[in-house]
Design a protein around this ligand. Structure first.
Ligand SMILES: Cc1cc2nc3c(=O)[nH]c(=O)nc-3n(C[C@H](O)[C@H](O)[C@H](O)COP(=O)(O)OP(=O)(O)OC[C@H]3O[C@@H](n4cnc5c(N)ncnc54)[C@H](O)[C@@H]3O)c2cc1C
Length: 492
């Protein structure tokens, strides 16, 4: 219990921008800047650890994940999967479907409704956990002080500053554009695309990372002509090359044009359309489309936070530097989530948030295993990876064995007509310890959790292979791949 804690203040409960005068001078154990999956989860865990917590948020509660990322984009992908299965119904199931009409505005509206519902849910959790929410623009005024400024579109905050023993920066990341680019007239980042209720006839997607590919799949499923442009020689740069190639082939089969090894140079508006000029090893090429989606990564939101006032250091990419305890160069200031390092993922932000406050409370040792963070892409087929790829393990001098099983060998995959893709498990040759897995296929993002848990438990391919998996399920592909690594696959 810190000297600053005033448990009675919990009775103030939830506070929005109004009615804060009574708290203007009170002190918190923890002030969190940002209410994304990093900040809000850390705040709740901190109250469980008996801290008195304030959260400062300048936009919608829930951050990018709930409002502009994971949730609305997955709602759109669910609509895409639905229209794909309706279109395929006649061919595959013998069910005749009449003309399919799309109300694209409704598709977008449904995704906004999902986002709003979950944002409201986080407000409820703040009330339930007696977390004070300050809807304001927060910046660090001193090692124990967060200044509150008026946020765009919000009323002036009732307090000018809050004091706290510790400050946790969870300000996340923002969309990135190339120099000279401006959104508007069909040029979108993911944020504009999530609001755009006009289905473009054609789209150039710049960037074949997770966000670019999810939107490419979405627009293609709704009938737009989609071209994906990527500077690197493979889709999903940094992922297992075999998985990336399998996904490229699947996209091409669906009718997406994929231009790898093509760098963006410039774009020009002509006759209400965009001509995008690309560089392919010195040769200029152009692609023409009604809309352009720019998905070239995100930048940490570290500027304008007052970090320099307390000596917080940044790395070259603008990410906040932290130690094993998520502590910055200023001992009372901590940071987590997108603002500290890749991978920019919601579950990484949440896990770091929990770890940071548990370390602050002294109930956990410093350290965090980034290798247990799964990377998932939710297009169809889905992609999910965790831990080391075969190539990464070999680069580290580890002798490995690899078990690989295609979904076409799995009964459930055949029954539900989802035979694209495969599961690959990488294990150490000496101990059979699971080092990583890469999955491409239907529901890959759900299947990967078995391997994530397996890594936490330091499990072996022999143990997974001997665990009876329910039949018929797609999870049998994990069991079979583990058996394959042992040279004991039954169904392939
Ligand atoms: C289109 C898209 C799809 C995605 N899909 C997935 C997915 O499927 N799975 C996944 O794991 N990840 C996904 N992500 C990434 C995921 O959204 C982020 O990794 C995650 O939101 C990061 O969480 P965070 O808490 O670090 O920051 P954020 O979610 O960015 O939250 C930071 C919050 O801080 C607030 N803030 C910033 N500065 C201030 C300030 N000065 N004062 C007050 N408030 C401030 C912001 O308004 C924001 O609400 C996706 C991202 C995008 C763009």
């Amino acid at each position: 219990m810190t000297a600053w804690r005033r448990p009675l203040a919990h009775f103030y409960g939830f506070i929005s921008s109004g009615g804060l005068t009574s708290l203007a001078n009170s002190r918190y154990d923890l002030a969190v800047i940002g209410s994304g999956p990093g900040g809000y989860v850390a705040a709740i865990r901190a109250t469980q650890l008996k801290m008195r917590v304030a959260v400062v948020e300048r936009e919608e509660v829930g951050g990018v994940c709930l409002n502009w990322g994971c949730i609305p984009s997955k709602a759109l992908l669910n609509s895409a999967e639905t229209i794909e299965s309706i279109r395929g119904a006649g061919k595959e199931h013998g069910i005749e479907v009449g003309e399919v009409k799309v109300d694209f505005a409704r598709v977008i509206k449904r995704s906004r409704e999902a986002a709003d519902k979950l944002s409201k849910g986080v407000r409820f959790l703040f009330r339930k956990n007696k977390i004070d929410l300050f809807e304001a623009n927060g910046s660090i005024a001193g090692p124990n002080s967060v200044a509150l400024g008026q946020a765009a579109g919000k009323p002036a905050p009732a307090a000018q500053a809050i004091e706290a023993e510790r400050i946790l920066v969870a300000s996340g990341s923002g969309e990135r554009l190339f120099g000279g680019m401006k959104v508007g007239d069909g040029v979108m980042t993911s944020r504009e695309a999530l609001l755009n209720d006009h289905l473009p006839e054609s789209v150039v997607v710049i960037g074949a990372g997770a966000v670019g590919l999810e939107f490419a799949y979405f627009y293609q499923a709704f009938g737009a002509k989609v071209t994906v442009v990527e500077l690197e020689k493979q889709m999903l740069p940094g992922f297992d090359a075999e998985i990336a190639e399998e996904l490229r082939r699947s996209f091409v089969r669906r009718g997406v044009t994929v231009m790898l090894g093509h760098g963006y140079k410039s774009m020009e508006r002509k006759g209400g359309r965009w001509t995008v000029t690309l560089d392919a090893a010195g040769t200029a090429k152009t692609v023409d489309a009604e809309a352009v989606l720019v998905a070239v990564g995100r930048s940490p939101l570290s500027p304008n936070l007052g970090l320099e006032k307390v000596g917080v250091e940044l790395d070259r990419g603008g990410f906040i530097k932290v130690d094993d305890s998520f502590r910055t160069a200023c001992p009372s200031v901590y940071a987590i989530g997108d603002v500290i390092r890749p991978p920019l993922l919601a579950h990484k932000a949440s896990a770091e948030g929990i770890a940071a406050v548990e370390i602050m409370a002294g109930v956990r040792e410093p350290g965090f295993d980034l290798m247990s963070i799964a990377g998932c892409i939710y297009c169809e087929p889905e992609v999910a990876t965790v831990g080391l790829t075969e190539a990464q393990a070999r680069e580290r001098g580890i002798e490995v064995k690899v078990g690989k099983i295609p979904f076409r060998a799995i009964g459930k995959a055949v029954a539900v007509n989802q035979t694209e893709g495969f599961v690959k498990i990488v294990a150490s040759k000496e101990y059979s310890e699971v080092l990583g897995a890469q999955i491409i296929g239907h529901r890959a993002t759900d299947l990967i959790s078995e391997i994530v848990l397996g890594r936490t438990l330091e499990t072996t391919t022999a143990e997974i292979g001997k665990t009876p998996h329910p039949h018929p399920t797609l999870s049998e592909a994990i069991m079979e791949a583990a058996l394959a690594a042992e040279g004991e696959a039954i169904n392939f």
